[in-house]
Write a new protein. Structure first.
Length: 234
């Protein structure tokens, strides 16, 4: 399908959205960014891999009673999704210490947390997606208390599903970021679930199998993602 013949809606760092029969086509680009866009490249094949993983993950969520915006797969780079109004929150679930969490609290990398931790950041590139507390979210009327509790519960449910899936391949789910949107007042998991938005480590070597390879200049990102999908039998 030629997405360029469709009505353009929005372009993000890694995806483009187009209108299609009252829904949206989500097209995955080969672009990769880090550090709020300070580092960026175009890596051939990266979009296809992330789309393939995201489709699989959305289907996995649906099978486990997590409602998503996913409708159906279209081709190598696009899938059809319900049109949602994205809530301006990034929902982060952490199982191990890594990334900005270590810097924020002066904690060593790789420490397993006593329980999964749900955090929120305000989805705002100009502000650098700052962390925001539950009370601030409610006080600023970004989200109702009821909806926020629902999102938290869904995020923890997603964490459990992903942990159970990846542990069979000796892969640790370190942390991940998800987004939610509303469609006819129903909250749906949206955006993507991929190595761009998750941290995966090899259980035995603690080697990164995600975008940290690009962030830290530790290897070829497309090769890393390709090895990951082969490992999980996609």
């Amino acid at each position: 399908m030629n997405v360029n013949e469709l009505k353009f809606i929005y372009e993000g760092k890694a995806k483009k959205l187009f209108e299609y029969e009252n829904n949206v086509l989500i097209y995955y680009k080969d672009d990769v960014t880090a550090f709020n866009g300070e580092k960026k490249d175009n890596l051939i094949g990266k979009g296809k891999i992330n789309k393939k993983i995201s489709v699989f993950m959305f289907e996995l969520m649906e099978k486990n009673n997590v409602k998503t915006h996913f409708i159906k797969d279209i081709d190598e780079t696009t899938f059809l999704a319900k049109k949602v109004e994205i809530m301006p929150l990034e929902v982060i679930v952490r199982n191990y210490t890594a990334g900005s969490f270590c810097k924020r609290y002066g904690i060593e990398k790789g420490k397993k947390l006593k329980m999964p931790l749900v955090e929120f950041s305000l989805k705002n590139d100009d502000l650098g997606d700052p962390m925001i507390s539950d009370d601030a979210i409610i006080a600023l009327d970004i989200c109702s208390k009821k909806d926020l509790e629902h999102i938290k519960n869904e995020a923890l449910k997603i964490n459990n599903i992903l942990n159970n899936y990846f542990k069979q391949f000796d892969i640790l789910l370190v942390d991940f970021k998800v987004e939610f949107g509303k469609n006819n007042n129903e909250i749906l998991l949206a955006d993507e679930i991929s190595p761009d938005t998750c941290r995966f480590w090899d259980k035995n070597t603690m080697e990164s199998l995600d975008k940290d390879v690009y962030r830290e200049g530790k290897g070829d990102l497309v090769d890393t993602y390709t090895a990951l999908i082969r490992r999980i039998n996609l």
